[in-house]
Design a protein. Structure first.
Lengths: 78, 132
């Protein structure tokens, strides 16, 4: 990837951001929110409060955390 | 507040989405719309004068081409296994799914729902008789 010319890398990055709207949530081991960012509004997520359990703020996360080191792929959620 | 994740599991077109729509929004439609992925709803219920928030995961129905992704069931406190009484094969699918779910998330409580009572004349399942 790194041997790609800068304009192509930039194009790929822009495409990714436009198509996938990446966002992130960082929680502690108890599932409380530490940090968040990215395109959260694309998913209707607003007014997050740090220090509060994330499952109380984004209800579909109930039961999913902690991830215990493994990846979890959940495609096509509405 | 107590919050619990509950999943709807079963073969395709057994009525999982309709059951959730009826329970959450008190509506029913005859129009069949297949579920893609998972649709999540929230419903508050009162249990022993305590408010409980049910997080309902309506999973797409399993068929020959598409197996249910077990990662959707992670963290579930229970699940409904939905069977279409007019299609015997959906009972077999439910049994297979139940074994798979138990293998993945352990022995969490589940309820077998025999759906489509209004079409009982067309049922392929008979009372007191094993469908196998």
């Amino acid at each position: 990837m790194s041997n790609l010319p800068a304009p192509i890398l930039e194009y790929c990055q822009t495409l990714n951001f436009e198509q996938y709207s990446p966002a992130y949530l960082l929680t502690d081991k108890d599932g409380c929110l530490i940090d968040a960012g990215g395109s959260l509004t694309a998913y209707g997520v607003t007014n997050l409060q740090q220090g509060k359990p994330i499952a109380e703020q984004i209800f579909f996360l109930e039961g999913l955390l902690p991830l215990e080191g493994s990846n979890l792929l959940l495609p096509c959620i509405r | 507040m107590i919050q619990k994740k509950i999943c709807m599991v079963g073969a395709f077109a057994t009525g999982k989405t309709s059951l959730v729509a009826r329970f959450v929004r008190s509506i029913y439609s005859d129009v069949y719309q297949t579920t893609v992925g998972v649709k999540i709803d929230k419903k508050l219920v009162n249990l022993d004068s305590q408010e409980v928030s049910l997080i309902l995961w309506d999973l797409y129905g399993e068929d020959e081409l598409q197996k249910v992704r077990m990662s959707y069931l992670r963290g579930a406190s229970g699940y409904f296994l939905v069977v279409d009484g007019t299609r015997r094969s959906t009972f077999e699918t439910a049994l297979a799914l139940q074994a798979k779910v138990e293998q993945t998330i352990g022995a969490v409580p589940f309820i077998l729902v025999l759906n489509k009572l209004d079409l009982q004349a067309d049922w392929e399942l008979e009372e007191g008789r094993s469908p196998r």
